[in-house]
Design a protein around this ligand. Structure first.
Ligand code: EPU
Length: 343
């Protein structure tokens, strides 16, 4: 049975640790709870926000509406087809633990995505990614309750319209679906396993640890990535943060060439729709790496990570982010777009 609470602090429910309140707050633990919730007057009369995305949200004010915490748990193998295994996990399952559990049984392809904070239900929303892999590479299907039709619906990988840190759930279906479970597809590690180890940081670690790249295991890759992340990124349980605050900007060839003349040191990657620059490097070059104002700052080891050093308000964090955007625009004519959802 659900209990709709009033005036609840959202501090424990956002990794930025911003202290704002929600007018109404409810936790749903199964599909029955969801169907009951959507029949209530509070649901019908209030705007609502689905809190699967708590590791990537910045609250700048109190939320005048209903916050829904989707606490569905459970994970199981739903299908096995030769070396391919399909694992379905509830929206509130911890993603990192799921990837590690799969690796323990030699099920690979989640190894590059270890230690990214957050829950299973948020993986398809922002198509989370790191070290050359994205959630879309291992998502088979996404199950949820559509709040408009009030029906349960399963969406295939292509239905989700995945893009760089983007999906249908951030666009036309924003706040219109409660994701209840995600089915991931893994493969048993076999002799034909070709890992994704192109990323510079991974190559450096392989070299330093004298690992033979032709024999590397998925478990070893996970360990390397855990150690890279631990060294470079803050621990959100100790320092408020939502990871990368901005997306890496993608420029046209022409824009990039113009910039290159003045800044040959810029790091770049060719992507499908242009040339991707490193937002972290741009922020460092405008002098914002490790810089703080009020209780907000960028992390000393990574300029793309905005941190709440304790007690910062969401509005202060937003103002700090806007100051960074302004500087980057002035110097590089590049607009940084937040990856974090700002409310
Ligand atoms: N860099 C700097 N200065 C900095 C930070 C980075 O010069 O202060 C340079 C680095 O030297 C490197 C380049 O920028 O050459 C890229 O940095 P990094 O490898 O740390 O990755 P990123 O592009 O900043 C992206 C994702 C991260 C993901 C990493 C690793 C986005 C917005 N961020 O960051 O994802 O973990 O790659 O794959 O795409 C997240 O989305 O929250 C997140 C942490």
């Amino acid at each position: 049975m659900i209990e709709i609470q009033k005036n609840i602090s959202l501090k424990p429910y956002n990794t930025f640790a911003v202290d704002v309140q929600a007018d109404f707050f409810v936790e749903v633990k199964d599909e029955q709870d969801i169907f009951y919730l959507i029949s209530t007057d509070v649901f019908a009369s209030q705007p609502h926000l689905i809190l699967g995305w708590w590791a990537n949200i910045l609250f700048t004010k109190n939320y005048n509406g209903l916050v829904i915490k989707v606490s569905l748990l459970g994970k199981k193998v739903v299908k096995q087809d030769g070396n391919t295994v399909y694992i379905k996990a509830g929206a509130w399952e911890n993603r990192h633990e799921l990837m590690m559990r799969a690796l323990k049984q030699w099920y690979v392809w989640g190894e590059n995505l270890v230690l990214i904070p957050g829950q299973v239900g948020a993986a398809p929303v922002g198509n989370i990614g790191a070290y050359g892999k994205e959630a879309k590479d291992i998502i088979y299907e996404v199950e949820g309750v559509d709040l408009t039709t009030k029906e349960k619906k399963v969406r295939t990988n292509s239905d989700c319209k995945f893009g760089y840190r983007d999906s249908i759930f951030k666009q036309e279906l924003k706040n219109k679906v409660i994701i209840t479970a995600v089915t991931f597809v893994f493969e048993k590690q076999s002799t034909g396993y070709v890992p994704d180890i192109q990323y510079n940081d991974i190559q450096d670690s392989i070299w330093e640890q004298w690992i033979d790249p032709t024999e590397i295991t998925a478990q070893e890759i996970a360990n390397i990535i855990i150690s890279i992340r631990e060294n470079k990124l803050p621990d959100w349980t100790k320092i408020g943060t939502a990871g990368s605050f901005f997306k890496n900007p993608v420029l046209t060839q022409k824009q990039y060439e113009k910039l290159l003349v003045k800044y040959p040191e810029l790091k770049w990657n060719i992507v499908a729709n242009g040339i991707k620059l490193s937002a972290g490097q741009l922020i460092e070059l405008v002098g914002y790496k490790g810089k703080s104002q009020w209780a907000v700052g960028t992390y000393v080891n990574h300029a793309l990570i905005i941190v709440n050093n304790g007690g910062a308000s969401g509005a202060e964090i937003r103002a700090f982010a806007q100051a960074i955007q302004k500087k980057v625009l002035e110097l590089f004519w590049v607009t940084l777009e937040p990856e974090v959802i700002v409310i």
